[in-house]
Structure formats: structure tokens, C-alpha cells
Ligand binder design. Structure first.
Ligand SMILES: Nc1nc2c(ncn2[C@@H]2O[C@H](COP(=O)(O)OP(=O)(O)OP(=O)(O)O)[C@@H](O)[C@H]2O)c(=O)[nH]1
Length: 333
């Protein structure tokens, strides 16, 4: 298994918010840049109408007739597996149904990343700004809460359909979104128009530097201009829900690993992996959620490396990596 990993981007956002509009622009950009994008489209209905908007050359997998997050787990992983093996894309966009629970999708993609050469690069959420504002002022029901969850999980947020709102209304919706997610890169958009390089760069690790760049009206406007050096740092600086994947070069001691997991910072709320230990003969599937850990013996199918993924909010990836390298160095295998 090579270390070259296919970047996976999850596109989330409520029904009709502008996800497909963004996807078509992103596909054009990456295709023109000589990269090979692939798409997984999930539709609640039995037909994929949005798929008609995607060029025929783009490999596409369709999950129809249900929502990824509620259908039997594994469908998304199978689709990822088939695309990676048969098409060898450089990047994959997963366009979820507007009603999908974002954490479930993050969970399934990171599960798949344990056994496939893929990496969850970002959760991009497109917000229907007028609709969110309307719901905030009126019902605050299920749809509202779902939109809030989709916003909370995002690394990159598009506050879309801003052409339909006045300045004061825009500020109101901006403040609401910022309250839910102070970390993500936030852009005001019309027809999901952003500099696609923002998406391309989002997975790259550069030094953190949080900086708000208000425009003359006090808004953090979208970067629809050529990025300056300043901007380049800004684009990468916000992280929210993040995942760190560690590939083990050597088996580690099981007790030392358990101790490490028990001391994971609060911000890491989910972890999973497939591991060999220096003091056991079998391999283990490791799960960690809500401060509980679990190890189950497994015999993975195929060539699966020893790997663990850590998911959480704004945690120090470097510290986790350093601890794991220390465990590997301590191991006497
Ligand atoms: N006025 C306005 N309309 C927009 C904007 N962005 C998208 N739309 C329109 O909104 C409708 C829905 O856009 P899509 O990109 O299909 O939305 P989606 O999120 O993929 O929709 P689902 O697949 O139903 O979840 C289309 O008719 C778009 O042309 C915008 O910024 N302003």
C-alpha cells in the first residue's frame, strides 16, 4: 500500500443550499488543473438529477434511495473503495443529501480511511443564508438544528445566496454562524462562487494563525480575489473538526497504548484504528468514543497497515504524533 492518499472532501449543507453549484465549479477547476476528481453523490430519491450536471468523464458513484447517514453503514465505504481501486482519482467529493447528519459521514469516511489510501481533508458546508435566517427568526425546529450541526462540523463555510439578503440581515446571519463555529474559514458567496484554491489548500498543514479580515463593512468577506501572501496563511489557519491519521512503523506495547489513549485530551472525542501490539500475537480493531475504549481481535482482509485515526476539535496533532512516535521508539520489536 502506498502512502499517497486520495483527498476526500465532504460537501454538506441543507437541501437546495448550493452544494451542486459548488461541486460543478470545483470539478471544472480541478479538471483544468490536470487533476482527476471523482464524485460520490447521495440522493434521498431514486434518481440522481444533480448527477446530470456533472461531466461524463468524471467518475461518479451514486448512492440513491436513502441518506448515507441512515442507510446501512458500509455503502459509502464500498463506494469509496470502488472509486479508489477502479478510477485512481486524485480527490473525491462526497455530496451528501441535505438532510445528512455530518458526524455520521465523518465517521464513515474516517472508518474507511483505516483500510483505504484515503484521507478526510475537509468538511465544506454551504449555508442557505436566507433560509437559516428565516428559521432562526421563526421555528428553530429540526431543520434548524441540523443546519447548526452541519455548520459546527465545517472547516470551510460558504454563506451562500447573499444576493437575496440586505446588509443588516447578512450581519445577523453571519453573527449566528460565527457563534456556532468561530474557527472555520467563512466566505460570503453568490452561487457558491469562491476561489477553489481554498478547497485545494485546506488539507495542507501550515502554522496556525487566526486572523479575521473584515471588509469595509466589518464583514469577513469571501476571498474572491487573488490571494495575497497574507491570505494564504489565513486560508489554512482555521481548523475545527479535524482528523489525524497515524501510520505505525512498528508495533507498540498494548499497555502503553492503553495508557496513552486514557490520557487523550478532551478535544479528541473519537479515535479508531487497526493495530499490532508487540506483546500480543493477534491484531486488534481499536475504538474510542466518549472516553471509553474498546479492543476487538481481528484479522483484516487484504494488506492493511497498522493505523489509527484521531478525530476531534482543534487538538494539537503534533502532540498526538509525538506521543505515538515515543511509543514506537520504546517498543522493542
Ligand atoms: N439566488 C441564488 N440562487 C442560488 C444561489 N446558489 C444556488 N442557487 C440556486 O439554488 C438552487 C439549488 O442549488 P443547488 O446547487 O442545486 O443546491 P444543492 O445544495 O445541491 O441542492 P440539493 O441537491 O437539493 O441538496 C438552484 O436553483 C441554484 O441555481 C445563490 O447564491 N443565489
Amino acid at each position: 500500500m502506498t502512502n499517497k492518499r486520495v483527498h476526500v472532501y465532504i460537501l454538506s449543507g441543507f437541501l437546495g443550499s448550493g452544494k451542486t453549484t459548488l461541486l460543478t465549479k470545483a470539478i471544472d477547476y480541478f479538471t483544468e488543473a490536470g487533476r482527476k476528481p471523482a464524485v460520490i453523490m447521495n440522493e434521498i430519491g431514486e434518481v440522481n438529477l444533480d448527477g446530470q450536471l456533472i461531466a461524463n468523464e468524471v467518475p461518479m458513484s451514486e448512492l440513491l434511495g436513502g441518506c448515507i447517514c441512515c442507510s446501512s453503514r458500509g455503502d459509502l465505504a464500498t463506494a469509496l473503495n470502488d472509486l479508489v481501486i477502479e478510477e485512481q482519482p486524485d480527490l473525491i467529493f462526497v455530496e451528501s443529501t441535505g438532510i445528512a447528519n455530518p458526524m455520521e459521514i465523518i465517521d464513515e469516511v474516517t472508518d474507511a480511511s483505516l483500510v483505504l489510501p484515503i484521507e478526510l481533508s475537509a468538511m465544506i458546508t454551504v449555508v442557505d443564508a436566507p433560509q437559516l435566517l428565516e428559521l432562526n427568526r421563526t421555528s428553530r425546529g429540526k431543520t434548524y438544528r441540523l443546519m447548526r450541526d452541519q455548520i459546527r462540523c465545517a472547516n470551510l463555510l460558504l454563506l451562500n445566496k447573499t444576493d437575496l439578503l440586505q446588509e443588516a440581515a447578512l450581519q445577523e446571519v453571519h453573527d449566528l454562524v460565527r457563534e456556532w463555529n468561530p474557527y472555520a474559514d467563512l466566505h460570503y458567496t453568490v452561487f457558491s462562487q469562491i476561489d477553489i484554491r481554498l478547497i485545494e489548500d485546506i488539507h495542507m498543514d501550515v502554522p496556525k494563525r487566526t486572523k479575521v479580515q473584515p471588509d469595509s463593512n466589518g464583514h469577513t468577506r469571501g476571498h474572491n480575489h487573488e490571494p495575497s501572501h497574507e491570505d494564504e496563511h489565513h486560508h489554512h489557519s482555521h481548523r475545527h473538526v479535524m482528523a489525524y491519521t497515524h501510520f505505525f512503523e512498528r508495533a507498540v506495547d498494548s499497555n502503553a497504548f492503553e495508557e496513552f489513549v486514557s490520557k487523550l485530551p478532551q478535544e479528541v472525542y473519537r479515535a479508531k484504528g487497526i493495530l499490532s501490539f508487540s506483546d500480543t500475537s493477534s491484531r486488534f480493531l481499536f475504538q474510542y468514543a466518549y472516553r471509553e475504549m474498546d479492543f476487538v481481535k481481528i484479522t483484516p482482509k487484504g494488506d492493511v497497515p497498522d493505523v489509527a485515526v484521531f478525530i476531534g476539535e482543534n487538538f494539537a496533532k503534533d502532540a498526538i504524533r509525538a506521543e505515538l512516535l515515543k511509543l514506537e521508539a520504546m517498543s522493542n520489536t
